[in-house]
Design a binder for this molecule. Sequence first.
Ligand code: ATP
Ligand code: MG
Length: 461
Amino acid sequence: MIKKLIGRVLSGKIFQARGARHARPIPFKTHGVARDQISTCALSVTDTLQAKGFAAFVVGGAVRDLLLKREPKDFDVATNATPEDVRALFRRSRIIGRRFQIVHVMCGRETVEVSTFRAGHDSEDARDGNDNGRSDEHGRILRDNVFGNQQQDAARRDLTINALFYDPATQDIHDYYGGVADLRGKRLRMIGDPAQRYREDPVRMLRVVRFAAALDFEIDPPTRKPILELADLLSHVPPARLFDEMLKLLLSGHAVETVKRLRKEGLHHGLLPLLDVILEQPLGERFVMLALRNTDTRIRGEKGVSPAFLFATLLWHEVLAAWKATEAGGLPAIPALFKAMDQVMQMQAEKLAIPRRYGSDMKDIWAMQPRFEQRAGRRPYRLLDLPRFRAGYDFLLLRCESGELDAEIGAWWTRFQDAPAAERERMLVPDSAPKKRRRRRRPRAGGDTAERSPENAADGV
Ligand code: ATP
Ligand code: MG
């Protein structure tokens, strides 16, 4: 084993992983990214590590974004120091990680993610077919926390444009895979054999599509081609990880382009159940696209968006369909709605892995909807007082805009919210229904939501 390893080192095999060239550093005068464009926290991390004799670079998305003259979301650092070394150097830091250990270093409100150079799956063991149980039967990598050198760390990254290393001390960029040229050519190229890289981690297929849309880049044909054939592999990825990636995609500020790109790439069937929901509903399409556009605008305007609101929009037409079916089965409107909501949530919890914590907000938004149509008596006031009124109202406006609901209802609520008290009273629609005497019902055991009356439902929201 050792002999073999020495032989490989001598023949230079280990250091030529995935066709890397020797990276001649690209100087500042060629690329133009200056040290002062790096965040204070990332600079303090690389400076401290380098002062202790370690190698340390800003890597990944931040270098890519700076070269594209975009503002990086966050800064990641790669180093040859181990997680324990890093932890020992920074007081406000902690080691985290399941698949592999990384260190979060905190300065003020900023967090920098520091990872130790790692060898990917293509390291010598894997090339000898000695997998040691590191991947599943589809080739998906389960463990890849093997430390490596800088070049191996470049090789295990996904796209050439994401494998650039920036040294803030010298302002040089180390580029093993032609990432800078690909950035200039607006090209997405997977490092190594794309099919093999997708098998190792199918989430890379979603990343490729997300970057293509967000950056408006072309996908290099060999990188693009295997995606359709291998899309099924996404079903083996743990739902929580898929959900995270989906959230990144929907909250990227480019959700509309991404959805269009998925269609163009022919990836809108079977890639992800949530995408099927978005892309394959003839009835809800207008509504869903409006919701995505609205989310994009908010994100680009740096306004917050709530994932629960977004998921409520994506599934609304499913709720409407289930509601109609349940009502046709003989249930009164409101209990039918509650039953439909439960059905949709249950189905989607399994399929889409929407975390439970979003469930109650989503239901609140849906449950409010019929109440916007009741504009008599004290009811509008009670609705206005609900903590989530604003989300429900925004949702209502989308329904109006999509043509599902009469625009007049939305306009009424817009006026009602801000009108002075006397004006509000004038706006109320006369209550035509004969007043019923309220009978006190004995409380039921079990408290099934489907049995709740609209008034009770209101109080629960
Ligand atoms: P974003 O702007 O969305 O943060 P990013 O490229 O920084 O984009 P991260 O998820 O923050 O994405 O990952 C940081 C870096 O880690 C990437 O640039 C890439 O080099 C590497 N990376 C992330 N996910 C993968 C993956 N699935 N396979 C290989 N390398 C990956
Ligand atoms: Mg990042």
